[in-house]
Design a protein around this ligand. Sequence first.
Ligand code: TXA
Ligand code: MG
Length: 381
Amino acid sequence: FNIARLSIEPSSTLSALQEAAELLKNTNEPVAFPTETVYGLGADARRTESVYSIYKAKNRPADNPLIVHIASLDQLRRLISKNQPLNTQNKGFSDDSLIPQVYDPLIDRFWPGPLSILLPVKNNEHPPVSPVVTANQPTFAVRMPEHPVALALIALADVPLAAPSANASTRPSPTQAKHVYNDLQGKIPLILDGGSCGVGLESTVVNGLCNPPVILRPGGVSLEQIRACGGIWVNTQVYKPTAINMEKNYIPQTPGMKYRHYSPTAKVMLFLDYKEHEAMDCLYEQLRQQTMDKDEAKIGVLCSRKWKKESFQEFSNLIFLDLGQEGSEITKNLFAHLRELDLLGVNFVLVEGVTEDNEGLAIMNRLSKAASMVFTKDSSD
Ligand code: TXA
Ligand code: MG
């Protein structure tokens, strides 16, 4: 097993990149690499065998479509040029007609960066990427990452990379090379270490092929930033499957299915607009239900903007972690802090939620998935 520490040993950078590129070109083995959002586990998006190896390493069923990562618009055009409908092939269409023009302002502003766009699969006889990547949908998602190691790797290999986050299934997305190592050691041949991911949450996935456009997954580019692009983007909507969980008071979720995603062991309690003592009252109720003594329970607290450590003094077995004040700090710390609490084996995690503007939308989306209980207050109170 080989970890190439790119940020620590710059002299090894080129050989590590070359080794990774060779693996991607010549084998079916996936390679973990840093992006500005989270670490990805990449393989050639055009080859079904390679793409399967990603799912195998992650131990995840191959039912969810993957994002394709490219290093340049030229590479994307080459990928989709073979996928044109028969009647337009070889008719001298200009390059620019290949990528729907609706995306121009987004590509201008956010590429390279944490934004994935949906493109049409136009000709099923000559699909641009393996049907395993698209999960047989009529569209596929593409993004150009901003991390220099990701860009260099994709360009050097000249391979479009299908890449989900490089965590084992049910674990939080990795934002450091050691997270990937902890999850996938022995299962993949190489991790490129590019340090901590700057954004820390996955990319925004947006569909501009419908009107109004829809954000399928909030992420590194905010709704406000997308709406500011003008045109039809002004009316961009957010697809929000978690909204049903954000009702007044708490709704215990059945553990399992999607809610096991980010926190398999601890019970995560997410609070919005709750003071420390109100959150602790809810915790005491849970402890009572589980006939657990407050001194035997190991409690993790993730605070963001207002909660103070002193307020939780009555718990002797407490781990208090600060997510930060700014949205960009919170996104950067979120997954790493959840992993840290998991490693420490806490029984409960109390999380101070944030309002859903700017980065807050993506933060609350991920926190809601991690939470087994969501506590909110009626805004008319
Ligand atoms: O930041 C990121 O996007 C990271 C890094 C590694 O780049 N990648 C990532 O990939 O999160 P993945 O495969 O875990 O995310 C795929 C998401 C899923 O929510 C999937 O449903 C959506 O993108 N998606 C992909 N293709 C789609 C399609 N054709 N239609 C609808 N949703 C799609
Ligand atoms: Mg993922």
